[in-house]
Design a protein around this ligand. Structure first.
Ligand code: NAD
Length: 437
């Protein structure tokens, strides 16, 4: 099959590289000259474990190429995926679909024979209908079938998620498109990944409902964490105890500083807006969004409380900036709000992240960056663990104790057992567990 991926970001590049790895011929297109130039020069513009090797192998095999211009490859393609961004629209929180519609028009202009155009971007219910209307009204002579195929991969584990998905959701009732999509995913089907066909609108809603449910699960355990702290329970044990029930499951029950990233915040908000438009409000999700928004700033206050209620003139060392480990993605990362709260409180913030510092520099105020945890911890009044990168899981606590001004650790990811930290004389403040002062 000849596949074109429009948008070569976290989703487009991973999906494109993996489709090439399945044996398809793939062209990844992007408007960003910098991205395409980097890719053509053999560099990978994002950090995603395992991606570089797959790109290299498939380029060498002649199955993967890159372009700034979609027209030549779209003219030859069987399937064109739209994987451009759908950020929150400024002002009202609806998904901004301008990139999707612009891409759709460009694709339609370049299409030659029968072509399947697939929205892989997360798009609100009805977007496929609107794309179809645009094609019908503006390009009536073109033979295009519009399909929804939302992506569920997680950054940091994107290759495995793409190659071993729990399911592949495909929204179309067009039998020609069904055949094409079966062929696209045939290698995964052999891997026993179920293809789940449904109507296009249903498929669009599945993506939002899935993200909203996961965001709600995280928010649920975060509130149980706050309650645990107040009443002297341990949220990790509560999570384990409820997670052993198969009806609940043990995933997404890690209490922390609130969900962030490029998907959950914008997708929960967009679902809330869509539901309001259809006069069918999703109040659980509205509340989830509100709780999570408050939580990030509250985590800043938690750090301040751990520093005896005042951080003015104090040095705070922040470990981890990205919204989760194994990515360089800083979009809507909780660290942004937490650090702002600390700066507002008068703290000097020093930070270290293995992959996120370049992006962070454009998004954060006056933060001083270091090269490793020990450099930023020297002379600090507290360490705050915001992202659970592996390299923060086994810090040399003895060394930290000697170089810090005050031995205080605020662990917003609960990665340390209490007794391991307290035996070195640290004050330890975790999430949903009794503080040890
Ligand atoms: P991204 O910002 O990393 O990438 C989008 C890319 O599209 C950018 O490189 C941009 O330059 C390019 N682009 C925009 N308009 C274009 C056009 N007309 N032609 C060519 N290129 C164009 O975004 P992302 O994180 O990959 O997300 C893409 C979509 O996938 C979003 O809808 C998102 O919600 C969804 N999604 C993301 C994830 C994730 O983990 N990042 C997971 C599942 C779904």
């Amino acid at each position: 099959m000849r596949i074109v991926m429009i948008g070569s970001g976290y989703v487009g590049l991973v999906s494109g590289a993996c489709f090439a790895d399945f044996g398809h011929h793939v062209t990844c297109v992007d408007k960003s000259e910098a991205k395409i130039n980097a890719l053509e020069a053999g560099e990978v513009p994002i950090y995603e474990p395992g991606l570089e090797a797959i790109i290299q192998q498939n380029r060498s095999a002649g199955r993967l190429d890159f372009s700034k211009n979609l027209a030549p490859s779209v003219g030859e393609a069987d399937v064109v995926f739209i994987a451009v961004g759908t950020p929150s629209r400024r002002g009202d929180g609806h998904a901004d679909l301008s990139y999707v519609y612009a891409a759709a028009r460009e694709i339609a202009a370049a299409v030659r024979g029968f072509t399947v155009v697939v929205t892989k971007s997360t798009v609100p219910v009805g977007t496929g209908d609107e794309i179809e209307r645009i094609f019908r009204d503006e390009f009536p002579e073109k033979d295009i079938s519009v399909v929804s195929n939302p992506e569920f991969l997680r950054e940091g584990a994107a290759i495995t998620d793409f190659k071993r998905p729990d399911r592949i959701v495909i929204g179309t009732e067009d039998t020609r498109a069904v055949e094409v999509m079966r062929e696209v995913y045939r290698p995964l089907y052999l891997n026993e990944a179920p293809l789940y066909f449904c109507e296009r609108r249903t498929s669009e809603l599945i993506k939002y409902a899935a993200n909203a449910f996961l965001a709600m699960k995280i928010t649920f355990i975060n509130e149980i964490a706050d309650l645990s702290e107040k009443i002297g329970a341990d949220v990790q044990k509560v999570a384990k105890g409820i997670g052993m029930d198969k009806r609940i499951g043990d995933k997404f029950l890690h209490a922390g500083p609130g969900y962030g990233g490029s998907c959950f915040p914008k997708d929960t908000l967009a679902l809330v807006k869509t539901a309001q438009d259809f006069d069918s409000p999703v109040r659980l999700i509205e509340t989830t969004v509100a709780i999570n928004d408050n939580r990030k700033r509250a985590m800043g206050r938690k750090v301040i409380a751990a520093c005896d209620g005042d951080v003015r003139g104090k040095k705070i060392a922040v470990l981890g900036l990205t919204f989760k480990p194994n990515t360089d993605d800083m979009r809507d990362a909780p660290s942004l709000t937490i650090i702002q709260a600390l700066l507002d409180g008068g703290a000097t913030v020093h930070a270290y992240d293995p992959e996120g510092m370049d992006a962070a520099k454009d998004m954060l105020g006056p933060v001083i960056y270091g090269n490793d945890p020990y450099e930023i911890a020297a002379g600090a009044d507290a360490i705050v663990i915001v992202t659970e990168w592996d390299e923060f899981r086994a810090l040399d606590l003895k060394r930290l104790k000697t170089i810090m001004k005050k031995p205080v650790i605020v662990d917003l990811r609960n990665i340390y057992p209490v007794n391991e930290v307290t035996k070195y004389g640290f004050g330890y403040f975790a999430v949903g567990r009794k503080p040890e002062k």
